[in-house]
Design a protein around this ligand. Sequence first.
Ligand code: AMP
Length: 630
Amino acid sequence: MTRYRDFHRRSIDNPEAFWRDEARRIHWETPFETVLDRSNPPFARWFVGGRTNLCHNAVDRHLAERAQQNALVYVSTETGIERRYTYAELHAEVNRMAAVMRSLGVKRGAVVLIYLPMIPEALFAMLACARLGAIHSVVFGGFAAPNLAARIDDAKPVLIVTADAGARGGKVIDYTPLVDEALARASHKTPRVLLIDRQLAPERLNASYLVDYEPLREQFFDAHVPCEWLESNEPSYVLYTSGTTGKPKGVQRDVGGYAVALAASMEYIFEGKAGDTMFTASDVGWVVGHSYIVYAPLLAGLTTVMYEGTPIRPDGGIWWRLVEQHRINLMFTAPTALRVLKKQDPALLKKADLSSLRTLFLAGEPLDEPTASWIAGALGKPVIDNYWQTETGWPMLAIPRGVEALPTKLGSPGVPSAGFALTLRNELTGDPCPPGEKGVLTLNYPLPPGCMSTVWGDDQRFVSTYWSSIPNHQVYSTFDWGIQDEDGYVTILGRTDDVINVAGHRLGTREIEEALSSHPAVAEVAVVGVTDSLKGQAAMAFVVLRDAQAYAEGNTRTKLQDDLMTTVDRQLGAIARPSRVVIVSMLPKTRSGKLLRRAIAALAEGREPGDLPTIEDASALQQVREGLQA
Ligand code: AMP
C-alpha cells in the first residue's frame, strides 16, 4: 500500500502542493493566485483568482483533438430513440441552447431550474448554463409539484427548462401540469418556462409563460456564445438534498475546484482515459448524474452514454447489450439496479460480449455481500464500490486503482480518496476512534476541491448543520456510522440521523412525515427505514388517527391507507411513497416527547428494540407490534 499511502499523505499534509499539480488538468483562462484560502474556516476557497469555465473544459477544449469523437450517446428504450453527438455537434447544440437562454434573459449569476427527463437537452441545458456563467439547479423529474415549488422558492430561478413529458417503464408522465401547479404554489414568480416538446404528452398544457424550444433553436442554429470566464469560487450549480428537517438543503458547488477534482477522480478512481466510453446509469437529477453522466466524462474527453429507461425493459439484458453495442469501458450504477437484474435471467448477462468493459462502479447505498459476489463472479471484472454524498460531489472512499491496484474487501467501499482527511470519531467525546471501533465518519478541515462550498443562500446553515455536531471539534460530519480497519479500509454502518436510503436515493423521514401529517385524518406519524431485499431500505409509516372509530372497518381502513400513500405521491413523488402504512393507536416516545424511531424500526424488522429506559409508556411498543400484525 506504499504508493497509495504516500499519495494520500501528500494530499493531506500539503494540500496546496498536491492540488496545484492537479489543477494542470484543466484550462485556466487566468491562472489562480492562491491554491487554498483558509482564512474563514470551515469555508475553503480553492484556486482563488483563477478564471475558468466548466463548459469550455468539457466541450470547447476538446474540439482541437476530438471534434469527430462521440461526446454523447443517447439511448431511450422508452421512446426507441437513439442519437449520437460528436464533440463538434455537442458544441453546436450547447451554443444553440445558450443563445436561446440568453435571449430569454439568462445572465451570469442567474439561476436556471432544470426539470427534465433523461433527454440530451438536459445535458445541453446544464452545459449552456455553465457556458453563460448561470447557475443550474436540476430537480429530479420524479419529484412532485410541492417539492418543485419549494425548490423554486429557494433557488429563485429566472427560467425553468422542462419537457412535455417523461416516461418510465412505458408510462408517460405529463410534466407541464406539475410545473403549472408548482408555479401556482411558489411565491417566487418565474417569468418563463422553456419547453422541450418531445410530443409524448397526450395533452400538453398551453400557458402564456411557456416558450417552445424548437423554433428558438432554429432561430439560433448558427449561434456562437462565448464562455464566461468565472472566478473559480463562483457557483456552478445548486443541487437539493434531503436532511433531517423538512426543508431540503441546496448544496452549492464551485467551478474550478469541481473541475479539478472530477478530472483527478477520472484518473485515480475511474481510470477513464480520453476516447473511452462511460455509461453511468443514474439520472441527471442526482449528484451521480451531475458528476459522472455530465461533467467528469466530458472533462476527461470520454464518450458518455445517457440512458432513459429501466434496467429490465425490454428485458434484463438491455444494459449488457448496450455495453456490447457501444463498446462501453466503464459502467457505474447503484446496487439496487443489480439486485433487480439478479432476479432476472442471469443468462442474459452471458449472452452479450462484455469484452470492452473494464470496471463496474457502484455507489449510493451499501453494497450487500450477496450482490457484490454475484456480480463480480458473473462479470469476471473488478467491481468497485465507492462511497460519497451529494455534498462531496465525488467519492470519499474507493479503491484508487489509478494510484495503486489495492485489493477490494467485501463490505467496504475502500480507503479515503485524495484530500479527504477522514476520521472516525466517538459521538460523545469527538475523539478519534481506534481501528475496529465504530464511530461517526467525519472529515477534517479543509474539504478537498469539488465538495460543497456552502448551503445555497445560507452560510450559517452550512456551519450549523455540517460542522457543529461533533463535540469539541469543528469537523464535517457525514452523518454516517463507520468502522475503519488497520489497513484504512472503512465499512459504512448506516446513518446517524433520520435519513433513509431507498434504492440509492436519500430521503428524509421528516419530509415524508410532514406530507402524511397534511392529511386531515392523521393525528401523529412516524416514518422509519426498514430493510428491503430489493431497495436496500424502504420507508414504513406508522400513523395515529384523529378519529380511529371512523376507520375501524376493514374497507375504509384500506382506502385510507391508499389515500395516505397517494398524498405522499402528490407532495413528494412516488419515490418517497411508504411501502406500508401501519395504523396504530399510540407511538413509542421518550418522556420528553421524542419519537423512538429506532425502536419502531427494530419492531418493523422483527427485532426486539432492547432496553428503552427513557420510554414514556412501554405499552406503545405492543401497539406497534399489533399494528404490524393487522
Ligand atoms: P446521496 O447524497 O443522496 O448520494 O446519499 C449519500 C448517502 O448514501 C451517504 O451519506 C450514505 O449514507 C449512503 N451511501 C452512498 N454511497 C454508499 C456506499 N457505497 N456504501 C454505503 N452507503 C453509501
